[in-house]
Design a protein. Structure first.
Length: 365
């Protein structure tokens, strides 16, 4: 697995175009090749979202030329700036190994996608089905199986909304389960995040690794029931149909030039029950869950051979209520002062949960 460089860039420019140009200019590094940019903004509705997404894609092509990175636009308002970008790059010497495609790249057996979208006039279930059909096409083209997906990001507009056909998140989970049905998943599911957005329908990004069973280990957390083993009691829908579970692992350990851990979206859940404390209390419990998840002790229990000690490369913190930002930032800066955290306003998959945190951990040399 090729070494990745992760950076978060922020712009406080009031105008969208100005903020976008500022962020793109910041991504240029003489010794790095940018392979993915995920931008976070606050469009007021789907019409503005579509306009801004098209502008982002066009500006990236102008900025980067024929080797424009994979791009996704997520309608989650950054809470400490007007527009933010999470950028994935590889060392410059790896650039010649990259194969560039319209909505994905390949690099030494890895497949990294752009944001995969569907028409916004479709409902959530229809969008999810179309998106997973495109994911299947990409994997087939590259000779990679569904079970080789090691990380997946799932962004769902108004995630807890109850439509006539069902809850948005449950509709998405049902579509994902159907897509995953063609695999035995003997090496575990991907690490994943399922999180709400203010607009944009459904967007999926993924990382896959050919022969993932040779370099990736599913990481469980004894403090939490695996999401794919949740009981029907904690799943929510407005129909009598059987509810499929969210198919993801708490994390995945990736072995390579530099070992890393993909940390799934994590909240203040113990067992399978939410811990209904205030935002700071939930933040503390969430970080306790993640700290243990990536610990040498837990990685060893999960089957990782001779795991290195891990440290956080970057984190995303999704807050349900903007009013909690100051208290949460103060707690995080006091307890994790060296970690770069991107704070976003987003709905979370359970009504009572106030914060969810995900990220990347890398070995400490």
């Amino acid at each position: 697995m090729t070494r990745k460089i992760y950076n978060i860039y922020r712009s406080e420019a009031a105008a969208f175009d100005e903020a976008l140009d500022e962020l793109l200019a910041a991504t240029i590094g003489a010794d790095e090749t940018v392979v993915r940019i995920v931008l976070f903004g606050a469009p007021k509705d789907n019409e503005e979202y579509a306009t801004q997404r098209a502008a982002i894609e066009e500006r990236c092509k102008e900025h980067f030329g024929s080797h424009s990175p994979m791009v996704a636009y997520v309608a989650q308002a950054p809470l400490r700036c007007t527009l933010a970008a999470e950028v994935t790059a590889v060392p410059g010497e790896e650039a010649e190994k990259i194969q560039w495609h319209e909505d994905y790249i390949t690099l030494d057996g890895e497949v990294l996608s752009a944001g995969i979208y569907a028409p916004l006039d479709k409902n959530i279930a229809e969008q999810a089905e179309l998106i997973f059909a495109r994911v299947a096409e990409i994997l087939k083209a590259e000779g990679v199986t569904t079970a080789d997906i090691v990380r997946q990001w799932n962004y769902i507009e108004r995630i807890t909304h109850m439509a006539l056909e069902g809850q948005h998140y449950q509709l998405f989970n049902d579509a994902r389960s159907r897509f995953y049905d063609d695999c035995s998943w003997s090496n575990g599911y991907p690490a994943a995040t399922g999180i709400g957005t203010q607009a944009g329908g459904v967007t999926v990004l993924f990382d896959a690794m050919q022969g993932s069973e040779e370099c990736s280990v599913a990481v469980d957390n004894p403090l939490q029931v695996s999401a794919h083993a949740y009981s029907q009691q904690v799943l929510i829908n407005n129909t009598e149909a059987h509810k499929t579970t969210p198919k993801f692992e708490r994390a995945r350990h990736m072995q390579g030039e530099e070992s890393s851990v993909y940390i799934s979206g994590t909240a203040a859940i113990r067992g399978e029950e939410s811990c209904c404390e205030d935002a700071v209390g939930q933040t503390r419990l969430t970080m306790e869950n993640i700290d243990y998840l990536i610990s040498v002790e837990n990685l060893t229990k999960s089957g990782v051979e001779n795991p290195a000690k891990m440290g956080y490369a970057s984190l995303r913190a999704y807050l349900k209520q903007q009013k909690d930002l100051t208290a949460v930032v103060e707690w995080m800066e006091r307890n994790y002062p060296t970690v770069d955290v991107l704070y976003l306003w987003a709905d979370i998959c359970r009504e009572e949960l106030l914060i969810e945190i995900e990220g990347i951990a890398k070995q400490i040399n």
